[in-house]
Design a protein around this ligand. Structure first.
Ligand SMILES: Cc1ncc(COP(=O)(O)O)c(C=O)c1O
Length: 364
């Protein structure tokens, strides 16, 4: 019998948010909503939609493997050079490239106790050793990160804001960690949700990657830019780090439609402003209404909210499904009492709250 590689057996499975169509099929319902994967409820920017239609007629061609125009668009936005950027099929692929290039058997890889589940998956695929760092009140404690560094530490993963908690640390704390780290330890700051935060919480990419050769900053077009379905993410770092990641990358990893839609999204500042407003209003509304139900939420700096229940929240998740509402259960994140809820449009938020009230009423 064919023997599977040992590292595959114990690999945690990435369970994505349930697709709307699947729920509607399973329960024979219509108009279900998904607040489970932190997508932009407004969808893609109108400029991106136009670009998608234009690019469709070029689908018979291979994409530009070097994403010339998109890299230049990002470089302009971030004040860096195109060769300080590597693009991925979502930042998920960039995380895999980091595993391929920088994690080997026996290397210790640090991450918060409640971190994005792809970090442990990538570490295990590369046969590294996962080291989870405590997160009091679900916030990264960078002093604990510092004291967890050993001779064997190779990579540190830090999402800021963090998924699934929504919590944040200051840029001063991150810079202090960077200055503390030995030069042969790679710090990966994952800013997937950074467009939702005030600029003081975002690293100044152009200056910091010049100063620190052991830093990669990741961003994505899946959240604020609303094109999760097209899969575009990227890492920024020194030319040397980027050229290594480029070597490990599949030649045509970002498709032709995705490249053009991402570039158009970058230019749609109005859509970004609208998306921030919908998120801020929805966050305030949901937090206020959820607290009226006697439930705890954690301070969130992203486009989702962590809601804590007195007991295991699996049945609440399942009951919400019956009402056509998909949120994210967090058992595999060791937060079984919590559900993660993406901030939706006003209508979606109201539908979620209405369903939650009914479910809580039926359980009491
Ligand atoms: C912190 C974080 N990083 C990376 C990703 C991956 O994003 P994508 O692969 O869609 O770019 C996600 C997605 O949820 C995330 O929450």
């Amino acid at each position: 019998m064919l023997k599977t590689a040992k590292r595959i057996h114990s690999l945690p499975k990435y369970v994505p948010g349930k697709p709307v169509q699947e729920l509607e099929r399973d329960f024979g319902i219509e108009n279900a909503i998904k607040l489970a994967s932190n997508e932009n409820p407004l969808g893609p920017s109108p400029k991106a939609k136009d670009a998608i239609i234009q690019a469709a007629s070029k689908s018979h061609l291979y994409p530009d493997g070097d994403s010339y125009f998109l890299k230049r668009g990002i470089a302009l936005k971030e004040g860096i050079l195109p060769n300080q950027i590597v693009l991925g099929n979502g930042s998920n692929e960039v995380l895999e490239l980091i595993g391929h290039c920088y994690i080997e058997e026996g290397d210790e890889v640090l991450m918060g106790k409640y971190c994005f589940i792809v970090y442990p998956i990538v570490t295990m695929l590369s046969q590294g050793t996962i080291v989870k760092v405590d997160m009091p009140n679900l916030v990264h404690n960078l002093s604990s990160f510092k004291s967890s560094i050993t001779e064997a530490t190779k990579v540190v993963f830090l999402a800021n804001p963090n998924n699934p908690t929504g919590t944040i640390v200051s840029t001063e704390e991150i810079i202090s960690l960077l200055e503390f780290l030995p030069e042969d330890v790679l710090l990966v700051v994952d800013e997937a949700y950074s467009e939702y935060v005030e600029s003081k919480y975002r690293l100044n990419i152009s200056t910091i990657i010049k100063k620190h050769q052991n830093l990669l900053v990741l961003k994505t077009f899946s959240k604020m830019y609303g094109i999760a379905g097209l899969r575009v993410g990227y890492a920024m770092g020194s030319e040397e780090l980027i050229s290594n990641l480029e070597r490990a990358r599949e030649p045509f990893n970002v498709n032709i439609i995705a490249q053009e839609a991402a570039l158009a999204s970058l230019e749609d500042h109005e859509h970004v402003a609208r998306s921030i407003k919908v998120n801020n209003d929805g966050m305030l509304y949901l937090k206020t209404e959820i607290s009226k139900l006697g439930l705890k939420t954690y301070p969130s700096y992203a486009n989702f909210l962590l809601v804590e229940f007195p007991l295991d929240a699996t049945n609440i998740y399942e009951e919400l499904l019956k009402h056509g509402v998909i949120v994210r259960p967090l058992k595999n994140y060791n937060l079984s009492n919590c559900l993660r809820v993406t901030i939706g449009t006003r209508e979606e938020n109201e539908k979620f709250l209405g369903a939650l009230k009914k479910v809580l009423g039926s359980i009491k």
